[in-house]
Design a protein around this ligand. Sequence first.
Ligand code: SF4
Ligand code: SF4
Length: 176
Amino acid sequence: MGIWKDIKNLFIGMRITSKHLGRHAITVQYPEEKWTMPERSRGIVVLLSDKETGELNCTACMLCQKACPTGAITIDAPRDENKKRHLKGFVVDHGLCCFCGLCEEACNFSALKMATKYEFSALTKEELVWDVNKLQEVGRDVPYIDTRKKKVAAAKPAAPAPAGESAAATGTEGAV
Ligand code: SF4
Ligand code: SF4
């Protein structure tokens, strides 16, 4: 009885194998071949720079640090006499990061992103702690959509125009 069951299972296995024979391979010959991660995958945290000036987009608003549930982000941004913050240090401990993406969601200034890059394994915990320079360097070639101007414009209430100008503007709009 047992042998018939084994033969039946053998044929079931062969049928499944034959179904996959004509299909393309889904394995990757790593490290010769690299997998392109999907755009929305959550990899390492990096800082983004302005495409024109090369300066960091970060405004030191601290929202990502507050949003981080594991305390992986540490920002050093003291206030000046006008209460404006200036970014002095930005550290991400990728050893603490749980790759939740909350920091990226919290950032309103296209300044921080979870890049789709990989191959950043390290032998010590200390190597997983990235300072502002490393975060910027790795994030330099990371593509992103700069939404800063749109968000700032949306956040600013439109200034009320003087009565005379308002009428003129209305007339111009009508002409267009
Ligand atoms: S992905 Fe999550 S855990 Fe990692 S730094 Fe961002 S908020 Fe913190
Ligand atoms: S939320 Fe964005 S702008 Fe604010 S401190 Fe973090 S990275 Fe900088």
